[in-house]
Design a protein around this ligand. Structure first.
Ligand code: BES
Ligand code: ZN
Length: 455
């Protein structure tokens, strides 16, 4: 197969953009049961594109939203097999009033495609579907067998994907997993990931009296679950920004000097970063740089808090309960279930007996660390360099893609993560966007990747 520097005509690009827009109009919000049919429709859309590209594809049931699975095995049993993973579900678009244009009516402004899922992950998944279609149409063949697995539950923690991977273990056997669900380091600076953080997500529920009480008639004698919860939350960190849960760091691996030197060598301007966020200051664990805090150190965040009266004016009430959503980003070799256990133990130690505090596990995922070498990794490196005109940098990622480490554990298949979104893409936020230019550059990178594998 000729090594293709993929040339796309203006009308081909225009067509690709139209097709992506079609995908982006489907409100496949996996978290919202009102969108169950829409989510399924997005899965069916992927299956249809896979078939059009020339793969054998079907929508396979799971306990939740279905998996779109496509296979092309024309390279034969001797050739390597690539497993492409992405997700067709998206985060809820709320708050709607903060969007400049409606989230499911994609629009281009200033070279950016705005829509929920434009970056995370429909825009990036689409590149993989489209490049297979283009390459198979042009060359009739690929240098490797390709399996495409697009799930509809990544944004809710992939609760049904591990059982699916186990069930279809033989069919999913591959030599590498290829994923585009992340961002480049900076505009014009492509990157390959050396890590993803894991996640342990929990809810804390503190309960006092049977019902809300008059804070004058009862306050002072009846414990306040909001105060108790606030004390518990405040006990999660020490003065140095470290997590103050006993045993929390036992499994945390210190990264090697070479990785830390690599991070230190990246062109990162902390002041520009702070400024870009509009934050008065930055904070984190003492002894680590901002990029290290984001990529190779664990965190504990309060994601939500609910207690008492929060409406207009004042109401003198002693709330009956208080709730907090708390999540931990994890690094190798931390385990989400063990972290949940440690939190439970911590809470039972610091919570006073006169308030009951329940800890409920919501979901979790293991951290992942790459082996940044091997033929697939190197093919990705060369393809990115050719498309973007400069070699990719190695970066970590603070976010999580729960299935990645499961793929490695269950299938024994290493993953290569190359993302095409840009920093500030507003993933999970209003005005999510994907650079229009990266449609072409992404397709060229992926075509180059297959071209490299052919060599
Ligand atoms: N695409 C993201 C992961 C990501 C985030 C990569 C930011 C690069 C930059 C993915 O869809 C995601 O949001 N994952 C969730 C996982 C969770 C819901 C289990 C996350 O990290 O919060
Ligand atoms: Zn996401």
């Amino acid at each position: 197969m000729p090594s293709p520097a993929l040339r796309l005509s203006g009308s081909e690009l225009e067509e690709a953009r139209r097709e992506l827009f079609d995908f982006l109009t489907i409100p496949s919000v996996s978290a919202n049961s009102a969108h169950r049919d829409d989510t399924r429709r997005a899965g069916a859309w992927v299956v249809e594109r896979l078939r059009r590209a020339g793969l054998e594809a079907s929508l396979l049931e799971t306990g939740g939203h279905p998996v779109a699975l496509g296979e092309w095995r024309g390279a034969g049993p001797e050739a390597p097999t690539l497993l492409v993973y992405g997700h067709y579900d998206v985060q809820p678009p709320e708050p709607l009033e903060l969007w400049t244009s409606p989230p499911f009516e994609p629009e281009v402004r200033d070279g950016r495609i705005y829509a929920r899922g434009a970056a995370d992950d429909k825009g990036q998944l689409f590149l993989h579907l489209k490049v297979l279609e283009l390459l198979l149409a042009r060359h009739g063949t690929l240098p490797v067998n390709v399996i495409v697995l697009a799930e509809g539950e990544e944004e809710i923690g992939s609760p049904n994907l591990l059982p699916f991977v186990r069930k279809y273990r033989e069919r999913l056997a591959a030599d590498a997993v290829l994923i585009s669900d992340s961002a480049m380091f900076a505009p014009g600076v492509p990157s390959l990931l050396f890590s993803l953080r894991g996640l342990a997500y929990l809810e804390l529920r503190a309960r006092g009296a049977r019902s809300d009480l008059h804070s004058g008639a009862y306050g002072g004698a009846v414990p306040n679950p909001a105060t108790v919860l606030a004390r518990i939350l405040a006990s999660l960190h020490d003065e140095e920004g470290r997590i103050a849960i006993e045993g929390f760091y036992d499994e945390v691996v210190e990264w090697d000097a070479a990785t830390r030197a690599g991070i230190a060598g990246l062109p990162f301007d902390e002041e520009e970063f702070r400024e870009g966020l509009g934050a008065p200051g930055l904070a984190g664990e003492a002894g680590y740089s901002t990029l290290e805090r984001l990529w190779i150190r664990p965190t504990c965040e309060v994601n939500g808090l609910l207690a008492g009266y929060t409406g207009e004016g004042a109401k003198t009430v002693l709330p009956a309960e208080a709730m907090a959503k708390v999540s931990f980003r994890l690094v190798p070799d931390q385990d989400p279930a063990r972290v949940a256990d440690l939190l439970r133990r911590h809470v039972s130690r610091v919570a006073p007996p006169e308030v009951s505090v329940e800890v409920v596990e919501l979901h979790g995922g293991h951290p992942w660390r790459a082996e940044p070498s091997g033929p697939f990794f190197e093919a990705a490196q060369r393809a990115l360099e050719r498309a973007f005109g400069r070699a990719p940098v190695l970066t970590g990622e603070g976010g999580s893609i729960p299935i990645v480490s499961d793929f490695e554990r269950e299938l024994g298949t290493p993953a290569v993560l190359l993302g095409f979104a840009l920093p500030g893409a507003n993933m999970h936020a209003p005005d999510e966007w994907f650079p229009e230019e990266h449609l072409e550059l992404g397709l060229q990178t992926l075509a180059g990747f297959y071209g490299e594998l052919a060599r």
